[in-house]
Design a protein around this ligand. Structure first.
Ligand code: DQA
Length: 158
């Protein structure tokens, strides 16, 4: 993995309360614990880890990832199920996007079954608690690596 690989991990509303928020669903680990797991899973890649409770700020962070990231992991939390504006923002990215959830929304209430992130995600990791993030980070970095290798190959053939 090239050392300049930058992975953005974006987190939506209420995830700042992990550890105390519905621990039977979301577990006892805090968002800081999850950040540490992501950093360990990313190895030498740089992890930019953010959380916001505001839709517009999440969209600004997606725009920032568009400029600076090699790949994006996103747990948009409640905005996953509501935000057309987030989908529109994600559509402007060309880097790999991995959707991530602690719980498995497909096994929960019906309103959680729709995702505005999935249509633009390379894949979705959900239902494994904090391990979802580790898997999502690994998947995103693999996709980023494959992408940079295929870009390198096309440079040498043109
Ligand atoms: C979540 C699932 C969403 O349905 C919910 O609104 C969240 C967290 C998860 O990580 O399991 O806030 O994204």
């Amino acid at each position: 993995m090239p050392e300049h690989t930058v992975l953005y991990v974006l987190n939506g509303p209420n995830l700042n309360l992990l550890g105390v928020r519905e621990p039977d669903i979301y577990g006892h680990e805090t968002l800081a614990d999850i950040q540490a797991l992501c950093e360990a899973a990313a190895g030498v890649a740089t992890v930019v880890f953010r959380q916001t409770n505001h839709e517009g700020e999440l969209i600004d962070q997606v725009h920032e990832a568009r400029e600076k990231a090699s790949a994006l992991v996103i747990n948009a939390a409640g905005y996953t199920h509501t935000s057309v504006a987030l989908l529109d923002a994600l559509k402007t990215l060309t880097i790999p996007i991995v959707e991530c959830h602690l719980s498995n929304p497909a096994a929960r209430e019906r309103f959680r079954h729709r995702s505005y992130v999935s249509p633009v995600a390379a894949g979705v990791v959900s239902g494994f608690g904090s391990f979802s993030y580790e898997l999502a980070v690994k998947a995103a970095l693999k996709l980023a690596q494959e992408r940079s290798q295929s870009a390198g190959r096309s440079e040498t053939t043109t």
